[in-house]
Design a protein around this ligand. Structure first.
Ligand code: MF3
Ligand code: CO
Length: 253
């Protein structure tokens, strides 16, 4: 069942989304060579808590940290730890926070120092994929219109689309209906028709090479099977009568 949010509820979700985007703003200056990923996690944890929020991922299904930090060939759910970021790395930071009972979810992939051009392009295209999908985040379209647009964007640049991890409805729960795949799957069909008041996370994960992934023995970290880089970009989006609202991005951006 898809929960439709009222305008007042979407305003509350906007506050949760703002906490997530403010966390990214704070984190940005620390996403540099020499920073351990566990430091990014601690900074995000303390920032979210200091602003009245709760880290949604911490203890979720046993997840041990506040944020996910997925470096280079890590696709998603990388666990922050002792790894120290180095010049040329990319790191996807996936942050979910709860505020007043509502969740906001976003991911940014930071470039550390001088990143090789093809990897920089991969990161740029992950963002582009999100905005291509967003063009269809309006009443009258279906979930699959978003999925197809994301897939077309990634593939037109020669990149792979990860299939095992997908976007999702979000609200009082971090994961709600509907699923938002980043590719068109005829077995799933066209998906739900979009209605005003739906809120979901759109989160393309794309790869330089094969889109195949495997999960490391920590039970969380998904990496590309071929070891090539992967990039992730995500925002929480609300469907309105007109243009969608991006709840996890400052309005002026
Ligand atoms: N944005 C991720 C998701 O939608 C966050 C996962 S947090 C974890 O699945 F707890 F599952 F790691
Ligand atoms: Co998400």
């Amino acid at each position: 069942m898809i929960h439709i949010k009222s305008e007042a509820e979407i305003e509350q979700m906007r506050a949760a989304g703002k906490l997530v985007s403010d966390t990214f703003k704070m984190l940005q200056e620390y996403a540099v060579a020499g920073t351990a990923t566990e430091k990014l996690d601690k900074l995000a944890h303390d920032f979210i808590c200091d602003h009245g929020g709760t880290p949604s991922c911490l203890n979720y299904c046993g997840y041990p940290k506040t944020i996910c930090t997925s470096v280079n060939e890590q696709v998603v759910h990388g666990i922050p730890g002792k790894y120290v970021l180095r010049d040329g790395d990319i790191v996807s930071c996936d942050i979910v926070a709860e505020l007043s009972g509502w969740h906001g979810d976003a991911t940014r992939t930071f470039l550390i120092g001088e990143v090789e051009p093809r990897v920089r392009d991969l990161v740029e295209v992950s963002r582009e994929c999100f905005f291509e999908g967003l063009k269809f985040a309006k009443p009258g379209y279906r979930v699959s219109d978003i999925s197809k647009a994301i897939q077309a964007c990634a593939e037109s640049h020669g990149y792979g689309v990860v299939e095992e991890y997908i976007g999702h409805g979000i609200g009082r729960q971090m994961h709600e209906s509907p699923d938002i795949p980043n590719f068109y799957d005829p077995r799933r069909g066209k998906g739900a028709r979009l209605l005003k008041g739906m809120v979901f996370a759109v989160e393309p994960m794309i790869t330089l090479g094969s889109p195949r992934v495997r999960v490391l023995s920590d039970g969380w970290t998904a990496v590309t099977a071929d070891g090539l880089a992967s990039a992730h970009y995500e925002n929480t989006v609300a469907i309105t009568d007109g243009e969608p609202l991006i709840l996890t991005m400052p309005v002026e951006e």
